[in-house]
Design a protein around this ligand. Structure first.
Ligand code: GAP
Length: 454
């Protein structure tokens, strides 16, 4: 079943159920920009919260920062982005489309669809020219007189320029990390594949400062830790792999990079990158700013520029991977259903409360009472619209793991049914047990029912 999951199915579900909308739609849309609807926001919030739990809340050695989007322009000179954050761009004089010269195999000529535009006589490609991916803006009220600045293309630099603040105030000694979650912006030449490559995305990055001699050990540690985080939140191991970059593929700052790749409908592609950035960033910022950025031990006994290990990912790439991995279509009692088998901690809604007969005021009252109780602790939905089967399908499609149904028997003995999204098993429990049971279910370790154990 999973083999049939296409990006079109995911896009269609996201549109249909209000997870994600094409942005500026009433004005005809703006290519490759998206707005998130209610369920999409809830999923994003859950992904962010699980990342923060693992990276900050459950650890003693990582603290948070929230830096500005627009930084001093010298930051991007020091980081190498002004000079080197470029992609090679080619134009096709025939179809007038633009391609990345290093990704021609993935491109399509607009006039004559093909895998290799350059091989068709109709295609007439210009020589590649380097195109900087940073969005430029002007700081100050008058464009001509204002200072040229950039929207950050990564959150990492906001961390490096605060290294000294954190080191002093938090009295840190390597190894320690600084984490940041926030928007990044890249003027991608070929955005696409839904949320996979967009121009505005939310990055989650952590810079882990270590003694140089420990860099390789921590690099391996973070590759493993981040890989297992994906398995914990339901992605199948068989759909994940680690791919180490060759020296020619690495970014200018990197001494070693590994991608955690997911088998997206577009093929194996980068989900998250883990890099050993060496001392490149701190050394460059020290040089450009004139501020010493190093660790000095008690009484100056130790002094060094820490190396940095960086796990970096966007919520968008995780969002797509999790929806693709969770998506299923199946037949139940002769009727088709689409179900998102999301990890309960990622699912936008944790439980639905449903009165079997919406016209029955006693059932409605019981169901509303249960709903009011559960919503104090969890994202739950109350739904009395339409046949019960249809209501279950609606919840399956957005990945709600549990449904509690109030029926005739509830009125007699105060019990309700709990229905499991994946197994479809139902059992009865008393209304008084529901809150505790839901809490227990949501705390349990969970593995995908899609035929693979973690
Ligand atoms: N600080 C290092 C850095 O930014 P990167 O490999 O360019 O490295 C890190 O980006 C992560 O950010 C990627 O692994 C991916 O998850 C995400 N990302 C990068 N560009 C993206 C885009 N255009 N759309 C969505 N996510 C993107």
């Amino acid at each position: 079943m999973a083999d049939e999951v296409t990006m079109d199915k995911i896009v269609s579900l996201c549109r249909r159920r209000g997870f994600v909308f094409p942005s500026s739609e009433i004005y005809g849309g703006l290519g490759s920009t998206f707005d998130y609807g209610h369920y999409g926001v809830l999923v994003k919030n859950n992904i962010r919260a699980r990342w923060l739990e693992a990276m900050v809340q459950e650890r003693d050695d990582i603290v948070l920062i929230d830096s500005a989007v627009i930084l001093h322009p010298r930051v991007w000179e020091a980081s190498g982005h002004v000079e080197g954050f470029t992609d090679p761009l080619v134009d096709c004089r025939t179809c007038k489309l633009r391609f990345r010269a290093d990704k021609l195999e993935d491109s399509q000529c607009g006039r004559k669809p093909s895998k290799r535009p350059g091989e068709y006589s109709e295609c007439d490609l210009t020589e590649p020219r380097q195109f900087n991916l940073m969005f430029e803006t002007t700081v100050g009220p008058v464009a001509e007189a204002g200072a040229r600045a950039f929207l950050r293309p990564e959150t990492a630099q906001g961390i490096f320029i605060n290294f000294k603040n954190v080191l002093q105030l938090a009295r840190r000694r390597p190894p320690f990390g600084i984490a940041q979650v926030g928007k990044s912006f890249r003027n991608e030449i070929t955005p696409g594949n839904f949320l996979f490559r967009v121009r505005e995305f939310e990055q989650m990055e952590m810079e882990y400062f270590v003694p140089p001699a420990q860099a390789d050990q921590w690099y391996r540690y973070w590759i493993d830790a981040r890989f297992e985080w994906y398995v914990k939140y339901g992605l199948r191991r068989s759909r994940l792999r680690v791919r180490e970059h060759g020296p020619e593929e690495r970014s200018h700052y990197s001494q070693g990079t590994s991608d955690i790749e997911y088998d997206y409908p577009i093929g194996w592609s980068e989900l998250e990158g883990v890099a050993n950035r060496g001392d490149f960033d701190l050394t460059r910022h020290a040089e450009f700013s004139g501020t010493e950025l190093e660790y000095v031990g008690p009484e100056g006994a130790e002094r060094y520029v820490p190396y940095v290990i960086e796990p970096a990912v966007s919520i968008e790439r995780i969002f797509v991977a999790m929806l693709v991995d969770a998506y299923d279509e199946e037949e139940v009692a002769g009727r088709g259903r689409t179900v998102l088998r999301l990890h309960p901690a990622i699912a936008p809604v944790k439980a639905a409360v449903l009165p079997l007969i919406a016209r029955d005021s006693a059932m409605v009252e019981k169901a509303r009472g249960l709903y009011e109780e559960l919503r104090t602790a969890h994202a739950v939905e109350y739904d009395e619209g339409g046949a019960i089967g249809r209501r279950y399908r609606r919840q399956d499609e957005i990945g709600t793991p549990f449904a509690f149904t109030v029926d005739e028997q509830t009125l007699a003995d105060d019990t309700v049914t709990i229905r499991d999204r994946d197994s479809l098993a139902q059992e009865r429990l008393t209304i008084g047990q529901v809150a505790g049971r839901l809490g227990d279910e949501l705390r349990k370790p969970w593995t995908t029912p899609k035929g693979e154990s973690a």
